[in-house]
Design a protein around this ligand. Structure first.
Ligand SMILES: Cc1cc2nc3c(=O)[nH]c(=O)nc-3n(C[C@H](O)[C@H](O)[C@H](O)COP(=O)(O)OP(=O)(O)OC[C@H]3O[C@@H](n4cnc5c(N)ncnc54)[C@H](O)[C@@H]3O)c2cc1C
Length: 473
């Protein structure tokens, strides 16, 4: 549960050496800043770091790692602290390495369609900058105003538009990483096709900072869509949603989002977000759909025609098609209340599981029934990026760590039973590591540990995230 503990100190010799690399302003021990850096959005126990380090260049990051490796000082890497798995939450005696000052957009290649950025650039800033140059960075998620592109890569973030553009893994073309021994590995590839041996960037994307600190990235851009249409559909069942997404993919190649919200989520969104119901009658399931293209009127007509036919066929019970960008924002508002819900339902268990589509309906029914019968006083909300088989469940508030743990055990066991994944996009961090065995084999875990030992022999970097440490410092 989220309490704040007291930090342990750092040896004076190391503190002085860090100051000589970063300057006085780059080594912070102000208690207010330490408290602000004591955890992410998860329920992992908050803990102020012993110091906050604020490098300004990739080389400074590498130099800090070399120093800490020599002194066997553990480090936690911090991006925008919007993670939901506790990976950026300090463990006792760790110093926090913040990427906040590596915040430069170095170059936008308007011919090749790439952006070269430092890892601390905030996602929303990047989106706005590339759009001002008629390009588009399609990664999008509710935390866009605070999360950093380095954190997005470290967690292989997904979000709302994976159905069309893929996860962060598909959007990173080149990467620069400071290794735990102080080497700076620069692999800023800018070409689309590159078959020159093992593609090492994939070791660091999704590794949650356990193998290196991402300092710079080359990101793949798409042409900026000039038209966007959205609609909210009320559906008679989840099965209708699976048919709808399949048919939409065939008929509307511009489909860019397909977000499903079950009625429990919609009710909570209306209540917590103070939003008016979109339909006169409640339905069991809702789908928020979006298409992106180049011709506003034609695209919206096409979407309207498609949904009109679905309405006549009875696969959709009711529909609202946005007639303006303002309407579209109002429709997205139901889905985007998740930020407020995460705040209001604390302490909560926030799940981000991958479930095979064929098993999704029965999975949701079984898990919802089990949660409601065992935890009747809590809210259990189901929603997700269902076009990608990514289901979110938010359960809370839970009054004790034991109650949270029982919920986690229940959901992850059910995920294991249907051959799913315990994390589709938020990562493992510290809050899910004891459940990783449900979806990764012993052989896979052993190989992950070997890679960690190879790249971080002193065991200083984000140790204890994803899996338990093998080396002790
Ligand atoms: C309201 C809300 C909505 C969200 N929606 C989504 C969603 O739809 N899809 C999704 O995927 N996630 C979502 N998230 C989770 C979160 O926003 C993402 O995980 C995001 O990618 C984390 O970025 P960050 O910069 O905040 O990372 P942090 O929280 O700071 O760190 C996350 C992990 O990455 C490591 N890390 C951070 N920066 C670096 C770096 N430069 N190098 C190496 N390791 C690093 C940290 O040590 C930690 O293990 C949501 C979160 C919130 C609060």
């Amino acid at each position: 549960m989220a309490e704040i503990e007291t930090p342990a100190g750092v040896a004076n010799e190391l503190r002085d050496a860090l100051r000589s690399v970063l300057g006085d302003a780059g080594v912070v021990s102000d208690p207010a800043l330490l408290a602000a850096r004591s955890g992410d959005w998860s329920e992992a126990t908050k803990m102020p770091p012993a110091l906050v380090l604020l490098p300004r260049t990739p080389q400074q990051v590498a130099d800090v790692l070399a120093l800490c490796a020599r002194h066997r000082q553990r480090i936690v890497v911090q991006g925008g602290l919007t993670g939901l798995a506790g990976g950026a939450t300090p463990a006792p005696a760790e110093v926090a390495l913040s990427l906040a000052r590596l915040d430069r957009i170095e170059d936008i290649d308007a011919v090749g369609g790439t952006a070269t950025v430092q890892a601390g650039v905030v996602l929303e800033e990047l989106q706005a900058r590339v759009e001002s140059q008629d390009w588009y960075f399609p990664l999008d998620l509710g935390a866009r105003g605070s999360c950093q592109v380095g954190g997005n890569a470290a967690t292989n973030a997904g979000g709302n538009r994976v159905i069309r553009y893929g996860t962060m893994r598909e959007l990173v073309q080149g990467i620069e990483v400071a290794l735990p021994d102080g080497r700076l590995l620069t692999m800023m590839n800018r070409v689309t096709k590159n078959t020159t041996g093992v593609d090492l960037k994939h070791l660091f994307i999704g590794a949650e900072g356990t193998l290196g600190v991402i300092t710079r990235l080359v990101l793949k851009l798409s042409p900026r869509p000039t038209a966007s249409s959205a609609a909210l559909c009320a559906l008679p069942s989840f099965e209708a949603a699976t048919r709808l997404v399949r048919d939409m993919r065939r008929a509307l190649p511009g489909l860019s989002a397909f977000e499903v919200m079950w009625s429990d989520f919609m009710e909570a969104a209306q209540e917590i977000g103070g939003l008016r119901p979109a339909f006169a009658e409640a339905s069991p399931v809702y789908a928020l759909v979006e298409t992106q293209g180049a011709r506003q009127e034609e695209d919206r007509d096409q979407l309207e025609r498609f949904l009109g036919e679905a309405l006549e066929a009875g696969s959709v019970s009711d529909v609202v098609v946005a007639q303006s960008q303002g309407d579209a924002h109002r429709l997205w508002a139901y889905r985007e209340t998740i930020g407020e819900m995460l705040g209001q339902l604390k302490p909560h268990a926030a799940f981000d599981v991958g479930v095979p589509m064929a098993a999704m309906d029965s999975f949701v029914r079984t898990v919802r029934d089990a949660l409601q019968s065992r935890f009747p006083a809590q809210r259990h909300l189901f929603f997700g990026h269902i076009g990608d088989g990514n289901l979110h469940v938010l359960s809370g508030p839970h009054g004790s760590a034991e109650s949270l743990h029982r919920v986690e055990q229940l959901v992850y066991e059910a995920v294991g039973a249907v051959g799913g994944s315990i994390s589709a996009e938020h990562g493992i961090g510290v809050v899910k590591k004891e459940f990783l065995h449900f979806t990764r084999s012993d052989a896979e875990l052993e190989l992950m540990r070997s890679l960690k030992a190879l790249l971080d022999p002193a065991g200083i970097l984000n140790t204890g995230r994803v899996f338990a440490p093998t080396t002790s410092v």
